[in-house]
Design a protein around this ligand. Sequence first.
Ligand code: ATP
Length: 199
Amino acid sequence: MPLTSLILDGFKSFADKTEIQFTNGITGIVGPNGSGKSNITEAIRWVMGEGSAKSLRGRSMKDVIFAGSEFRKPLNRAEVTMVFDNRQRELDLPADRVTIARRILQSGDNEYLINGKQVRLRDVRALFMDSGLSQNSLAIISQGRVDQILNSQPKERRGIIEEAAGVLHFKQQKQQAQAQLETTNDNLIRINDLVKELE
Ligand code: ATP
């Protein structure tokens, strides 16, 4: 599922609308310290539904909005769009080109859009989960994460390997199914009690 471009508009240091195009092969992004390289990977995680301002190096989610500089006034909204080539239908949508966007307003309100249509965060998460990609997946490894993986405990490392192998999604489904089974069993016990009372 190739990511063909990323459009940043008012996100962190990207005050002007900026499109980064990813062609076939490897794309390297180079620049001096503080020029916004990490902001690009953060923008990707943000669109995918990142909910922790801390993990985006901010205090509140509104901190992703361009906060102004010596020469420019602060903005009142930020928007990031990911554009995917979906000709292989890896994303479960009947479209060759899929855009996924998130915007945040100064009020703190977030909006998510899939192909221009407003959706819920859970729709975005579901779309990515089925593709094996999520904001926490190992497709995105930020600075410090390599050390964290190398120094992790065996149990944590197993979790990382399970996630990479795509097992995590099924484990979550199993947990949900087990919880539903327990609820159904409780309901059955209650019904049996009622039947006995009526007999
Ligand atoms: P390094 O090579 O040191 O890791 P980098 O190229 O990855 O740096 P980033 O950490 O992505 O750079 O960018 C940091 C820059 O983004 C800082 O200059 C910071 O002031 C700016 N920045 C972060 N949030 C905002 C914001 N909300 N508004 C304006 N600028 C912001």
